[in-house]
Design a protein around this ligand. Structure first.
Ligand SMILES: [Zn+2]
Length: 382
């Protein structure tokens, strides 16, 4: 039996509007195209926004870590930090990757968990946002996610397992179609990894987009065999801004005379420093220290506009955003700059996300946060 319609939403991490237009990506198959405003932050805030239609202010995910000593699950581990010597060994990428896997298992986290470069002694001050698998049933409770919403509506759906490779996820999607599913949310992340390294290499990016085009066409053709009509929509979360320089914010803070955990708390993402003021002195000194860096503190109005304003200030008392292209190095995320990074100001030309479809896209689709309503509206028409 053929479905009337199969609805496919393909998520491609970091497929920004700039790259889509520079490469005229899939203009023939997907002629309805919209430049969409990215969700402020990086994937850790964009993915929960896409999966729920809520902003970080509502779902509570901005960076992966937040300064919250009272809520930290890592207190014991941090006390044992002295055992992890020499530091140079435990700071190695592969070692930290394995340690992350071990901790993920130990704490029973089902979400995406990586320590990145967060020092072990600092962990006791930190809470981690993505403890749950956001993609599965009740993964964002009490907020309803895509899985919950489609289930409640009785949709025959398939949502990718984000642990799998892109290739595996395309295969799983084809299998789901064979098994009678007619709503698919397919997750792919390998373009993001490539662009962090090769954003400036036009030919390399072109080859990768060609590979994606073939995967899209193959999935499309598969769906065509099982439905009278295929609605195919590609959505992304943000673009990729080329490296323009680095700044040593952590170094400057170490020399500020303020004590971490006593005077202030901070989370250093690649593109922003989020400060928590624990003393009056910190509230005076930190803005002075940051004056010398290329960037600025977000105003309350901007935080509201970007969907990240919270009265409880769990994302930080003040957020310093670096100018587009300037990376904080070292940060909690890494010790070296990457050739491309996301998470700068949404108005930067490299920041914009994209929605591409073979069906007309609604006027009201303007931001990453609007994808969710589109997905649900389309699912309700099946
Ligand atoms: Zn990335």
């Amino acid at each position: 039996m053929k479905h009337k319609t199969i609805e496919i939403f393909l998520f491609i991490d970091a497929l920004g509007w700039k790259i889509v237009t520079d490469h005229q990506f899939l203009t023939g198959l997907l002629p309805f195209r919209k430049k969409t405003g990215m969700q402020f932050g990086y994937s850790s805030s964009a993915i929960p926004t896409i999966l729920s239609g809520r902003t970080p202010a509502e779902h509570g995910h901005l960076g992966l870590f937040r300064f919250a000593p009272e809520a930290s699950p890592f207190k014991t581990l941090s006390r044992l930090a002295f055992l992890f010597t020499p530091a140079a060994f435990w700071d190695r990428g592969r070692v930290r990757h394995h340690l992350s896997l071990l901790l993920k298992k130990y704490y029973g986290f089902t979400g995406y968990f990586q320590l990145y470069r967060m020092p072990l002694w600092k962990l006791k001050f930190m809470d981690y946002c993505e403890k749950q698998d956001l993609f599965t049933a009740r993964g964002m409770a009490p907020v309803a996610n895509l899985h919950d919403t489609l289930t409640a509506r009785g949709v025959k759906f398939h949502i990718s397992d984000w642990h799998l490779s892109d290739k595996e996820n395309y295969l799983a999607a084809e299998k789901a179609i064979e098994n009678g599913k007619n709503f698919l949310f397919v997750y792919t992340a390998s373009l993001d990894g490539l662009l962090h390294d090769r954003v400036g290499d036009f030919q390399v990016v072109r080859r990768k987009l060609d590979e994606i085009r073939q995967q899209v066409e193959s999935l499309y053709q598969k769906a065509e065999k099982h439905a009278e009509k295929v609605h195919f929509t590609i959505i992304s979360d943000h673009g990729m801004t080329p490296l323009a320089g680095t700044v040593d914010v952590m170094g400057a803070m170490a020399e500020s005379g303020l004590v971490f955990g006593k005077d202030y708390g901070a989370c250093y993402d690649s593109t922003m420093a989020r400060f928590y003021y624990l003393t009056e002195k910190a509230a005076q000194v930190i803005p002075r220290v940051m004056q010398s860096f290329p960037g600025r503190f977000l105003s309350k109005e901007e935080e509201i506009r970007y969907g990240i304003y919270r009265a409880d200030r769990i994302f930080g008392d003040s957020i310093f955003l670096l100018d587009a292209g300037i990376q904080i190095v070292p940060s909690d995320m890494g010790g070296k700059p990457l050739n491309g990074m996301h998470g700068f100001i949404p108005e930067n030309e490299h920041s914009f996300a994209a929605a591409l479809s073979n069906e007309a896209l609604p006027e009201k689709l303007e931001q990453v946060a609007d994808y969710f309503d589109l997905m649900i509206e389309r699912a309700e028409q099946l």
